[in-house]
Design a protein. Structure first.
Length: 113
């Protein structure tokens, strides 16, 4: 098997890099991460980052006020501006999740039927 040749995971037919359909089993050949995998990883990253920033902006002042007896406003007094931070964190998490999925499947060649 040469470096430019792959083997189908379903039927073990060898094919050259760049084909979109396996000639042995007629399965769809995917190089790297699928669109669904990148979207799911991006959504998961967006949720995680938004929750972390929400906890930081809203939970931390509440905890500090309760246990350290400080007088921080919830959201550190940012009001609706804190929602911008949540949105930016969600976008950052989405793109970070997408790139992690793409890196995790880089160089892979998989066949789906």
């Amino acid at each position: 098997m040469s470096p430019e040749t792959y083997t189908c995971g379903q039927c073990h037919f060898e094919f050259n890099k760049g084909v979109r359909v396996c000639q042995g089993c007629q399965g769809t050949v995917i190089y790297g991460a699928t669109q669904q995998e990148t979207n799911e990883a991006g959504s998961f990253g967006a949720i995680i980052w938004a929750v972390l920033i929400a906890l930081l902006l809203y939970g931390l002042p509440a905890l500090l006020n309760k246990y350290v007896e400080t007088h921080f406003k919830i959201g550190f007094g940012l009001g609706f501006t804190s929602l911008i931070f949540l949105g930016v964190a969600a976008m950052f998490g989405y793109f970070r999740g997408m790139t992690r999925a793409q890196r995790a499947h880089a160089g892979e060649c998989r066949t789906f039927r």
